[in-house]
Design a protein around this ligand. Structure first.
Ligand SMILES: [Zn+2]
Length: 128
């Protein structure tokens, strides 16, 4: 019996992506690329949330994980300590839901702290 792949079509670009990698927004499903695209202008790298751009600029000399949420720090430090981990490992070790993890990684990637890396066909999240 063939394994059924649960693919979802991105509402924006039509690309088929695994259901667990898709972002749901209202009645739309978006692939990560489109999701980030859509939110880039609004959210950009903004783990600091309420800080204005002016304040952000003052904080620009602060490096690394300053200003991140505890969960974002936890994810970042986990990745750094292992020099890369798969999302599955993070879900298991950090006890975070796949959706939450995906959102946090998207933010960290925007901050140029983490990025994806293909290691022999397995996607790892590694330090930027
Ligand atoms: Zn898309």
């Amino acid at each position: 019996m063939a394994e059924e792949k649960n693919l979802v079509k991105c509402s924006n670009c039509g690309q088929e992506v695994p259901r667990e990698e898709v972002f749901q927004e209202a009645d739309q499903f978006l692939c990560e690329e489109c999701y980030l695209d859509k939110h880039q202008k609004i959210k950009a790298c903004d783990p600091w949330g309420v800080y204005s751009k002016k304040v952000l600029r003052k904080r620009a000399d602060q490096e690394g994980t300053d200003g991140l949420t505890d969960l974002q720090k936890k994810i970042y430090e986990f990745i750094v300590s292992r020099n890369g981990a798969t999302p599955a490992e993070m879900v298991k070790e950090l006890k975070v839901s796949p959706n939450e993890l995906q959102n946090q990684i998207a933010i960290l990637r925007h901050c140029e702290l983490l990025k994806g890396q293909d290691r022999d066909g397995v996607i790892y999240v590694v330090p930027w």
